[in-house]
Write a protein that binds this ligand. Structure first.
Ligand SMILES: Nc1ncnc2c1ncn2[C@@H]1O[C@H](COP(=O)(O)O)[C@@H](OP(=O)(O)O)[C@H]1O
Ligand SMILES: [Mg+2]
Ligand SMILES: [Mg+2]
Ligand SMILES: [Mg+2]
Length: 319
C-alpha cells in the first residue's frame, strides 16, 4: 500500500484510510457466510449472546490486516485473542491479499489530504487503541435481519474516540456494502447527515436485549414513536441520517467495541454519546470493557442535556 507507507502523510490519516479499506473488504466475509448458509452459531452464554463464523473470521481478518501495516497498535476485539486468520475452518472466507494496484484505489482518497489539528498529527502508533466489533447486530444476523449488521472499528487515543469506521456489508445502497468514516472535529464521509424532525420525539432502542428498566427509561421520555432495531452501529446511523432523535439503552450489556466507532461518527456529524448520566465513556486499553452506565446518544441538533435531566429527575434507574 505505497501511499499508506508514505511518511509525508501523518500516521493518523494513514490509519483511518487503511481502516476504511480493511472494513470494506471484511464485508465480503459476512456476505460469503450468508451465501454458504452455514453460520456455525456458538452461544457465548448469559442468555442472548450468539457468535457466528462471520464474527470470528472478520475479527481474525481485521486484526491481521491492521497488524500487518501497524504492528504497534493495541487491538481489543469482541471475540478475544484466540481467533486467527490461519484457522483452517475459515481460511476459505478470508479475502485474498489485494495487489498494490487495487490498494491504490482508495475508497476515500480525500482522507489522506485532510487538514488535521496538531494533536491528531502527532499521534504515535503505540498510543492508539482499536476497539473492534467484527459483527455488530449478531442476534439479528442469525435471524436474517441483515440490514442491522455492521462492522465497527473505533480508533481511540488518550481515552477518547478520535475516528470511527462503520461498514454495512448488506447495505441497500450497494451490493458491495457501504463504508462510512467520522473524525470528530475534522469531518466524515460515506453518508449524509440529515437532521431528524423535531417536535415528535423518535427514540430507537434494542430489539433483542430489552428489559423492563429499558422500557421504563424510554417511557420517561414520552416518545412519539419507538424504533426497535439491532446493533449499536445501526442505531447510531439512525441518528446520523435523521431517522431517530435519540438512542437509549438503560442497561448494562453494551461494550466499548459497540460504542467507540459509533461515538466518533456521531460526534463528527454534531451528535453526542454518553452514559445515561451524561458521563463520557473512556477508551483506554486498561478500561473496563462494559459500558455499565447504559447509553444515551442524541442526533445533531438535539439537546443532550435535556435527556440527561429527564433521567436524573425520574425514578433511580439503578442499572
Ligand atoms: N444483555 C446483553 N448481553 C450481551 N450483549 C449485549 C447485551 N445487551 C446488548 N448487548 C450487545 O450490544 C450490542 C447491541 O445490542 P442490540 O443489538 O440489542 O442493541 C450487541 O452487540 P453484538 O451483536 O456485536 O454482540 C449485543 O450483543
Ligand atoms: Mg456479540
Ligand atoms: Mg456489538
Ligand atoms: Mg459483535
Amino acid at each position: 500500500m505505497p501511499v499508506l507507507q508514505s511518511k509525508d502523510v501523518p500516521l493518523f490519516l494513514r490509519l483511518v484510510s487503511a481502516t476504511t479499506q480493511i472494513a470494506s473488504s471484511a464485508g465480503s466475509i459476512a456476505r460469503k457466510v450468508v451465501k454458504s448458509g452455514e453460520l456455525d452459531i456458538v452461544d457465548k452464554g448469559g442468555g442472548n449472546d450468539p457468535q457466528t463464523i462471520a464474527d470470528r473470521a472478520i475479527q481474525a481478518y481485521v486484526v491481521q490486516m491492521l497488524r500487518q501495516s501497524f504492528p504497534k497498535l493495541t487491538v481489543i476485539g469482541e471475540e478475544g485473542e484466540s481467533v486467527s486468520a490461519e484457522n483452517e475452518l475459515f481460511e476459505h472466507l478470508i479475502p485474498p491479499s489485494p495487489s498494490n494496484s487495487v490498494l491504490d484505489k482508495l475508497i476515500f482518497p480525500q482522507i489522506l489530504k485532510l487538514k488535521i489539528p496538531d494533536k491528531l498529527r502527532g499521534i504515535k502508533e503505540e498510543d492508539v487503541v482499536i476497539w473492534l466489533d467484527p459483527l455488530d447486530g449478531t442476534t439479528e444476523f442469525t435471524k436474517g435481519g441483515l440490514g442491522h449488521v455492521t462492522t465497527l472499528i473505533g480508533i481511540a487515543h488518550g481515552g477518547i474516540p478520535v475516528a470511527g469506521v462503520i461498514h454495512e456489508p448488506f447495505s441497500y445502497h450497494s451490493g458491495d456494502g457501504r463504508t462510512i468514516y467520522g473524525i470528530p472535529g475534522v469531518g466524515y464521509g460515506g453518508c449524509q447527515m440529515v437532521l431528524p424532525q423535531t417536535g415528535k420525539r423518535i427514540i430507537t432502542t434494542t430489539q433483542s436485549h430489552s428489559n423492563p428498566r429499558i422500557e421504563a427509561a424510554i417511557g420517561i421520555l414520552k416518545p412519539y414513536r419507538v424504533i426497535r432495531a439491532g446493533g449499536a452501529g445501526h442505531k447510531a446511523l439512525y441518528l446520523v441520517e435523521g431517522v431517530a432523535n435519540a438512542y437509549v439503552f438503560a442497561s448494562k450489556g453494551l461494550k466499548k467495541w459497540d460504542t467507540c466507532a459509533p461515538e466518533a461518527l456521531l460526534q463528527a456529524v454534531g451528535g453526542k454519546m454518553t452514559d445515561l448520566s451524561g458521563q463520557a465513556y473512556s477508551y483506554n486499553k486498561n478500561d473496563e470493557y462494559g459500558n455499565d452506565g447504559g447509553l444515551l446518544a442524541t442526533a445533531p441538533g438535539e439537546d443532550h442535556e435535556w435527556y440527561v435531566k429527564q433521567f436524573l429527575g425520574g425514578a433511580p434507574l439503578n442499572l
